[in-house]
Design a binder for this molecule. Structure first.
Ligand code: SF4
Length: 441
């Protein structure tokens, strides 16, 4: 009998990419093969994100577009996983009656049961909300690239930034026990993984719920000792919780890549307070200065929201001046849009969309120029690159990533995929670099 096939589409952040590794692992264990064709799939799953409302609308249209296919093939199962499933739970099925199974990010382990039930009965949309990390084993995940893995270390968030829906959807912070993380990563390294990205909504809070002080950097120190592991990355840091002591300690760990994603969101103290970010502009700038002193090769990236309710022109200029002062290598930039269910959605002073868009265009212009200039400064340097796979644009070339997360393109044979190589940078665009392999095979 031919294998059952599944098609998985993942939206949103790296946490969802990590959950996708687990979903693929479970489905492979059940004998499913992956496909990219809707027509040949027996199961179509959407791993969703609820951070932005337009992502939800996109999901609804994607599912509705499957109506004809589902009528033609009644055995086809449709599922919604991830944050949107968690947020809407029972109501999702009245919104999308075609859906057969619904499960949240903490319920991935229930997928075999849900599939079994979905084959015999209509979905109810009821699911048990569980927290923490249950039964996630290294041999139970399927990696996109066999040498690189995402590793969840903390789920949930207790910060309640006023614009963000995540804490009410993903629940409070729950850290994975250090021994479990170490065992998981050691197993991955045994399977050939050389690069890991530790994930959490706020990795700097790692271990707080377990009663640990500086739990995150202690975990990094223990991972540093794992033979065979080459690079350790992490996402996302919270500027309030990243202590100077932690930065000094991680600066001594040569496996920890010099890549710091430090979301600042805004440059004005009044807006930062309205966002409930828990730090000031001064605190943020001092943190950046500390990172650069302790880790001179550090690359900094950030998230920025402009046009927050009641933001004045002068306050927006403070965001621009912060961006000019820090000189981020890259930034995710958005204009504010209200998210129902958040405190900020009820704040007075929502700016006209035109004005929010206008501010975003100015912000992008300033940041893009900085990114381009920072990229040019890398030309002529030799960087260590992990070659990840063939370039889609240039036949005969491979694409890879530097320690700071920069994409690099160079001529190299496919046999070097998954290896670390020295590449001299010859040309730079805003983000992608092109270079010459200095260690030909
Ligand atoms: S830190 Fe703030 S923005 Fe990030 S997930 Fe938590 S509440 Fe949302």
């Amino acid at each position: 009998m031919p294998a059952m096939r599944f098609l998985l589409t993942t939206f949103g952040c790296q946490m969802n990419q990590a959950d996708a590794q687990r979903i693929r692992g479970i489905l492979a264990g059940l004998g499913y093969a992956e496909t990219v064709e809707e027509e040949e799939a027996d199961l179509i799953l959407f791993n969703t994100c609820c951070v932005r409302q337009h992502a939800e609308q996109r999901l609804i249209s994607r599912v509705q577009a499957l109506t004809a296919l589902k009528r033609r093939r009644p055995g086809l199962l449709l599922g919604v996983a991830g944050c949107m499933a968690q947020e809407h739970q029972g109501t999702l099925l009245s919104l999308l009656p075609l859906v057969d199974l619904v499960f949240g990010p903490n319920d991935i382990e229930t997928l075999p049961d849900l599939l079994e039930k979905a084959r015999h009965a209509p979905a109810t949309g009821e699911f048990e909300i569980r927290g923490g990390f249950t039964g996630e084993q290294a041999d139970g995940i399927v990696l996109d690239r066999p040498f690189s893995a995402f590793v969840n270390i903390i789920r949930g968030c207790t910060n309640f930034c006023s614009y963000c829906i995540v804490p009410s959807v993903r629940g409070p912070e729950v850290s994975r026990a250090p021994e479990e993380v170490l065992g998981f990563v050691a197993d991955l390294v045994g399977r050939g993984v050389r690069e890991i990205t530790l994930l959490g909504q706020n990795v700097n809070a790692y271990g707080r719920d377990l009663g640990m002080a500086e739990g995150f950097v202690s975990l990094l120190e223990r991972l540093q000792d794992l033979a065979g592991l080459r690079w350790i990355r992490f996402l996302t840091s919270h500027p309030r919780d990243f202590s100077a002591a932690a930065i000094d300690r991680l600066a001594r760990l040569d496996k920890v890549c010099e890549q710091f994603h430090l979301p600042v969101q805004a440059g004005s103290d009044r807006i930062l307070a309205l966002m409930n970010r828990g730090y000031t502009r001064r605190h943020y700038l001092d943190l950046v200065a500390h990172v650069r002193r302790a880790v001179p090769a550090a690359s900094l990236s950030t998230d920025l929201i402009c046009g927050f309710p009641s933001e004045t022109d002068a306050e927006f200029e403070e965001t621009l001046s912060l961006v000019r002062e820090v000189r981020f290598e890259s930034a995710y930039m958005y204009y504010y849009s209200p998210r129902p269910g958040t405190t900020a959605a009820n704040l007075p002073g929502l700016l006209p969309e035109e004005e929010r868009k206008h501010r975003l265009a100015r912000l992008i212009e300033v940041q893009n120029r900085i990114a381009w200039e920072e990229s040019q400064s890398l030309v002529g340097r030799t960087l260590e690159v992990l070659l990840e796979g063939p370039s889609e644009r240039t036949p005969g070339h491979l694409l890879g990533k530097t320690r700071t997360g920069r994409a690099v393109d160079c001529a190299a044979p496919p046999s070097l995929v998954g290896t670390f190589q020295a590449v001299r940078i010859d040309r730079a665009r805003s983000w992608t670099l092109s270079g010459t392999l200095l260690t030909p095979p």
